[in-house]
Ligand binder design. Structure first.
Ligand code: NI
Length: 176
């Protein structure tokens, strides 16, 4: 098991735009995915984007097992998503508490679209095309933002709702 160092907010590389992945399957991408899944698991994350471990390719992984670490959230299947594209299906926005492995110990109240369709491919090139809502939609928006150099605090409209997890009275959500 290889756990990679996660870049933290303030590292300017987290603000970079990641590159589209070319031909698949690809041994380099397969290794990247193994490293990302190991790193996500080791840090109890719900998701991870490649730039968080310093690889600037459009690859994200995410997944939440309802029966394991996050009993209060929807089940989100373990997904490897490459070259994702998001289509917003409803203009409705809801705020929820987010965290990020690149911003340890902190939480913020972030508005996200409630219903999206996302498309991309997995590591074999198989097409993924899903319409999702709720926590699943939030995780995908959060992870895909990383590919464009956007961290969740940049989306917080009211900075009164950003702070250290230990100090916030609100219930906490998952680390993405
Ligand atoms: Ni994150």
């Amino acid at each position: 098991m290889t756990t990679k160092t996660i870049l933290r907010m303030g590292d300017p590389r987290l603000l970079d735009t990641s590159e589209v992945v070319g031909d698949l399957p690809n041994a380099e991408i397969d290794q990247l995915i193994v490293d990302m899944l190991d790193t996500m698991d080791a840090n109890d994350g719900a998701g991870l984007a490649a730039p968080q471990i310093g690889i600037f390719k459009r690859v994200v992984v995410f997944g939440v097992d309802q029966n394991a670490r996050y009993p209060d959230t929807d089940n989100v299947p373990l997904t490897i998503l490459i070259n994702p594209e998001i289509e917003i299906l409803a203009q409705d926005v809801e705020e929820s508490w987010e965290g990020c492995l690149s911003i340890p110990g902190m939480r913020g109240l972030v508005p996200r679209y409630t219903k999206i369709r996302y498309k991309g491919v997995d590591q074999t090139g198989e097409v993924i095309d899903r319409t999702v809502e709720g926590f699943h939609a939030i995780v995908v928006q959060h992870e895909c933002d990383h590919l464009d150099g956007i961290l969740y605090p940049m989306r917080i409209p009211d900075m009164s709702y950003f702070g250290f997890e230990e100090e916030l009275s609100q219930p906490t959500e998952e680390q993405e």
